[in-house]
Design a protein around this ligand. Structure first.
Ligand code: BV8
Length: 244
């Protein structure tokens, strides 16, 4: 059993608005490799940041398509873990609860979290790499990367690649949620990727209490008022219990 500091729980219970930012660590216990863990199997020799980019897609659309096809298969088989479910239940305990995720696996929504702010998109959605609107279904014709039936451009996964701007509406919602919260949680993220990694600083600069829940210290641990190290799938259900 985790013993949370007394004043931590009482400050949480008094909070009116909570903002949570999650990263790949929250999905780790659902069997989804994190970004900075060595990618298993075929992808061990690729740095994911070299695959998650427009240049990589331009150079080798089939390789990038297969990278996401494999990740999508893993995400489809994955089930939300107790950490996802605890966050979904936690949103009902506060007047305002915003969940921002860097993850593209869709597991928060499957666990019952409502209105998840998906900063980096969702790998279950695909879109035309040209100018058509988002295309819904994955299609795969074996050898080549599939093409849009409307304009012939390659289809691509609807995620934000390195070097691409984040979806303006999602980023705006995430910024507002970070500027207007009493407590900001950073959970399961190494705090490296921008602009997501700056949201906690924004919250803290506005007077929010900054809580980090992570397996190990991260690039943003120095900002945290409270640091709880361990697996989010263990910590979050116990935090939920302490709040009930
Ligand atoms: C942007 C979708 C403006 C794709 C992702 C040069 C050129 C262009 C841009 C840049 C540049 N240099 C820097 C940048 C900015 C760049 C960036 O931040 N780079 C980093 C590498 C320095 N950012 C961007 O490019 C962003 N766009 O800036 O636009 C712009 C536009 C044009 C030109 C210039 C600027 C776009 C960033 C979004 C990229 N897309 N995902 C896909 O998934 O394939 S990011 C991807 O990586 C994830 O979404 C996530 O955000 C990130 C991985 O981070 P984490 O989630 O933190 O995962 P990680 O593995 O690192 O850590 C997991 C943590 O969990 C660990 O600490 C571990 O200890 C912990 N953990 C493990 N198990 C558990 C656990 N914790 C708890 N419980 C457990 N069980």
């Amino acid at each position: 059993m985790i013993t949370f500091p007394g004043e931590f729980i009482s400050r949480l219970k008094k909070a009116k608005s909570i903002t949570v930012l999650t990263g790949a660590g929250v999905s780790k216990e659902s069997g989804i490799p994190t970004f900075r863990d060595a990618q298993s199997g075929l992808w061990a020799k690729y740095n994911p940041e070299e695959l998650a980019s427009p240049d990589a897609f331009r150079r080798n659309p089939r390789l990038v398509w297969d990278f996401y096809k494999d990740r999508r298969t893993v995400a489809e088989k994955a089930i939300p873990n107790p950490g996802h479910f605890a966050l979904a239940k936690m949103e009902k305990l506060f007047d305002t609860f915003s969940l921002i995720t860097q993850n593209v696996d869709g597991l928060h929504a499957r666990a019952g979290s409502s209105s998840v702010i998906e900063l980096h998109g969702n790998l279950h959605r695909i879109k035309c790499s040209g100018r058509c609107a988002v295309v819904g279904q994955w299609v795969d014709e074996g050898l080549a990367a599939p093409r849009c039936q409307k304009c012939g451009a390659f289809l691509r996964v609807d995620v934000v690649w390195f070097g691409e701007s984040l979806p303006a509406a999602e980023l705006e919602k995430a910024m507002l949620a970070s500027q207007n919260c009493d407590v900001f949680f950073s959970i399961g993220t190494s705090g490296v990727v921008q602009p997501a990694a700056s949201l906690g600083l924004i919250a803290r600069d506005r007077g929010a209490v900054f809580v980090e829940i992570n397996y190990e210290p991260s690039a943003i641990s120095r900002l945290a008022d409270y640091k709880i190290y361990g697996e989010s799938g263990t910590i979050l259900p116990q935090l939920l219990q302490a709040l009930l």
